[in-house]
Design a protein around this ligand. Structure first.
Ligand SMILES: Nc1ncnc2c1ncn2[C@@H]1O[C@H](COP(=O)(O)OP(=O)(O)OP(=O)(O)O)[C@@H](O)[C@H]1O
Ligand SMILES: [Mg+2]
Length: 272
């Protein structure tokens, strides 16, 4: 593990900077099951960081710790240079961390636009009481929220379906709407749990492009879990490899590809 961080520029000209998120010695248990065993790794400003490993390795559990869904029994979570006390998911969201879920979690009966608007909730400062007192401020906030949401809808090229109920959309588009909702929070760190699972080749290509564009144009730091190794090796700056709750590899795609333990546990094995 490196102690000093030197910002560097990737071959395609992006800057990878200071440590944004630092997970130190994280252990998470569910009863007798140790889902995460003393894992440390960091996520740096501006990078695309992948978490890979076989089913049940503890990848989703790790994202759930980062997003505050679970608080670990052991270890420290550091975000933007400060140690984070145990937090609820909404508090983590307010700190600038947004996520998508392994199983899509959208309001199926609501339109795309309304679903994406829910991503703004963490930014709404004006409650009902204040709205009555300061109508002007509430209106300004509403206008700003709409502008952000419309910009993201344009960016992800879902204008044509903005009034469509999410329940009527094909799977690949639902995944894109979920990404839109996460982006509506204007996160500093975006967590994606298998953004391409169940997609066909074309949908995967689209999603890869959107992930790269989000990282590039908004400067959003991204941590993602993905089983498609072609995609992972293609779009990530660095990769963490988990197996049975342990970390067995950490490095650039090339380093990870050449790691014998990783090849034995995951890369050399047939998986979905
Ligand atoms: N809420 C929970 N209660 C009990 N056990 C859990 C819970 N969530 C996860 N686990 C267990 O923790 C381990 C890690 O699960 P996790 O979902 O993090 O794996 P994963 O790497 O995301 O797998 P997959 O690739 O299948 O999504 C598994 O043994 C799982 O059964
Ligand atoms: Mg998972």
């Amino acid at each position: 593990m490196k102690d000093t961080v030197v910002p560097y520029t990737t071959p395609d000209g992006r800057t990878i900077g200071d440590v944004l998120m630092d997970m130190r010695g994280i252990t998470l248990r569910f009863g007798g099951v140790e889902a995460i065993k003393n894992i440390s790794f960091d996520i740096r400003e501006g990078e695309i960081r992948a978490i890979i490993g076989p089913n049940g390795a503890g990848k989703s559990s790790m994202l759930n710790v980062i997003s505050g869904f679970y608080n670990p029994q052991d270890g420290e979570v550091w975000f933007r240079g400060a140690k984070r006390p145990p937090m609820k998911p909404f508090q983590v969201a307010r700190q600038g961390i947004a996520r998508t879920f392994q199983n899509i979690a959208l309001f199926e009966g609501m339109t795309v636009l309304d679903n994406v608007m829910t991503g703004r909730l963490t930014h709404m400062k004006t409650g009902m009481f204040a709205q009555a007192l300061w109508k002007g401020r509430a209106e300004r906030e509403e206008t700003e929220n709409r502008e952000v949401v419309e910009r993201i809808i344009d960016f992800l090229e879902i204008q044509a379906i903005r009034k469509t109920p999410v329940g009527r959309l094909p799977y690949g588009l639902k995944k894109r709407v979920e990404l839109a909702r996460a982006l509506a929070a204007e996160p500093k760190l975006l967590l994606l749990d298998e953004p391409m699972a169940g997609m066909n080749v074309e949908e995967k290509e689209d999603m890869s492009r959107f992930i790269l564009d989000v990282n590039d144009e908004f400067g959003t730091t991204i941590a993602l879990i993905e089983h498609d190794m072609g995609v992972v090796m293609d779009i990530s700056d660095r990769v963490v490899v988990m197996d049975y709750g342990r970390k067995i590899g950490d490095g650039t795609p090339d380093e990870v590809r050449g790691n014998q333990e990783v090849i034995d546990a995951y890369l050399g094995v047939a998986h979905d």
